[in-house]
Design a protein around this ligand. Structure first.
Ligand code: AMP
Ligand code: MG
Length: 487
């Protein structure tokens, strides 16, 4: 375990130089204080979790202090936002403080979001508010606990700094961790600004540091792109299987590592709704829940375009063609497991689709349905769950097929079935209203609810004593919360 001043830096991205990022110092927050920290994320840096409670921790991650070895940089990138190209984006309010490597030899980018203005702030103030910082923190750690690849979050630091959004709020910073903060939009930036040398440097950087195994392949860049395609397909399959709606799948928010990245007005589904739009500025539903699948491919095509200097168009197209089959395979595999199935049959996809349609028509709680399905034998579970469906006859027909399918899957004890299903079907997810409760308390200076919610969500599959209130359908007020896109 390390103390805060024992972190070891190796700032590989900063060394790429000024064409890739600009040196900017963080702008400190007034009266910085710890809101919440993740012990699990602290462990990634080998940090002793107790250091989070020291004043120097809040000073470091509230922008007051820096390690001598840190090299804070704002990265430049561009990207397609809602389908249109934005030629110049970049870290407008976040800084890559440096790269820390841990005892296991892993590198972790330390990225401070809400750290003040940079050359890429455009019209923004460089700040992040407490509400959105808490949401990013909780989501990163909750997704990770569910087994969904995501950037991580070390802590949220609150402050008394006023920040103006629709009303006056308080500024905060979230310290984000990821093996890299390079986005699809980085490649697009150098492609569209016609800087082939820098683009080649960036490609070599990503290949060597993040996809070294692809270097052994006859066409390393193609192998890397294929891997990116598969990782994105797998990530999105997991979003769909667990009901996560990202909300702003612009290419500047897509990580080159295939991890969930840049949390905005995201939401987990309460009731199953394929057409759910969590982003209130997304009037056409470009990033609706079910559209996430084709948009994943659209985004990969945008990346492919930017990789045409390194890979033939034909090969890129072929690799893009792998996206849907990869997606289908990962999605179906996970949905089978959510249904308690251990074998594969040709009609399983239909079984899943029929169930989702029934859930959609009746507004059934997506998370609790699967959890309860594993509580007891298939026959008893479906008998109990049928009351949640308006179309009971439709559900009965599905339930008959399901029971037969379970019987063909092979014998197992009720105990085994429960264990297997509960291991993939969470009891606790980050419902919007739970986040909102925690935020309301935090805004009045009480951080206990954020901390408790974070704790509960770190073990989503484990029933936790006294935490029943986190495993309920939302109350009426919490069903259709408008999550502000300003952050
Ligand atoms: P986002 O929608 O958070 O992914 O951000 C899109 C772009 O706007 C990125 O370049 C951000 O850095 C920038 N941005 C968002 N909010 C702010 C802000 N408050 N101040 C400066 N730049 C911002
Ligand atoms: Mg972004």
């Amino acid at each position: 375990m390390k103390a805060l001043d024992e972190l070891t830096f190796d700032n590989r991205f900063a060394r790429l130089g000024d064409a890739f990022s600009t040196h900017v110092l963080p702008e400190p927050l007034d009266e910085p204080r710890l809101v919440v920290a993740s012990d699990a994320a602290m462990a990634l840096l080998d940090l002793d979790p107790t250091v989070a409670d020291t004043p120097v921790f809040a000073e470091l991650f509230g922008g007051h202090k820096l390690w001598a070895e840190a090299e804070p940089r704002a990265m430049v990138y561009s990207g397609h936002q809602f389908g249109g190209y934005s030629p110049q984006l970049g870290d407008g309010r976040g800084l890559l403080l440096g790269e820390v490597y841990n005892q296991a030899g892993e590198h972790w980018d330390l990225h401070l979001k809400g750290a003040g203005m940079t050359p890429y702030s455009r019209m923004g103030d460089g700040r992040a508010v407490l509400r959105s910082s808490i949401r990013e923190f909780l989501a990163s750690e909750a997704l990770h606990a569910l087994g969904i690849p995501s950037s991580r979050a070390l802590c949220v630091i609150g402050s008394s700094t006023p920040v103006w959004r629709e009303k006056q709020e308080r500024g905060a910073m979230v310290l984000r961790l990821a093996p890299s903060h390079i986005r699809f939009g980085h490649f697009e930036y150098f492609y569209y600004t016609k800087k082939p040398e820098q683009q080649a440097e960036l490609a070599e950087h990503v290949l060597s540091l993040h996809y070294p195994e692809c270097k052994e392949q006859p066409e390393p860049y193609l192998a890397m792109f294929r891997e990116i395609v598969e990782r994105n397909a797998e990530m999105i399959a997991k979003w769909q299987a667990y009901g996560f709606c990202h909300g702003v799948m612009n290419t500047d928010n897509m990580s080159i590592l295939g991890i969930t990245f840049d949390f905005g007005p995201f939401a987990f589904l309460d009731d199953f709704d394929a057409h759910f739009i969590c982003n209130h500025s997304d009037h056409e539903g470009r990033y609706s829940f079910s559209n996430q699948v084709p948009i994943g491919q659209w985004n990969l095509s945008a990346l492919a375009q930017a990789l045409t200097p390194f890979i033939s168009v034909e090969a890129l197209k072929e690799a893009l063609g792998l996206y849907l089959p990869f997606y289908q395979a990962h999605y179906l595999d996970l949905m089978r497991r959510r249904l308690g199935l251990t074998t594969a049959e040709g009609d399983d996809q239909k079984l899943v689709e029929r169930l989702l349609k029934l859930m959609q028509n009746s507004g059934v709680d997506y998370t609790l349905f699967f959890r309860r399905l594993g509580d007891e034998s298939a026959a008893l579970a479906v008998a109990r769950l049928r009351d949640d469906f308006v179309d009971m006859a439709g559900f009965d027909a599905w339930a008959e097929q399901y029971k037969e399918r379970v019987a063909r899957d092979g014998n197992c004890s009720e105990e085994q079935r429960r264990e297997r299903m509960h291991a993939v079907n969470p009891l606790y997810i980050l419902r919007n209203y739970l986040a909102q409760n925690a935020i309301t308390a935090a805004e009045s200076g009480d951080y206990s609810e954020v901390r408790r919610l974070h704790e509960v969500l770190s073990k989503p599959f484990e029933e936790q004593a006294g935490m029943e209130q986190y495993a309920q359908r939302p109350p009426d007020w919490g069903k259709h919360l408008e999550i502000s896109c300003s952050s």
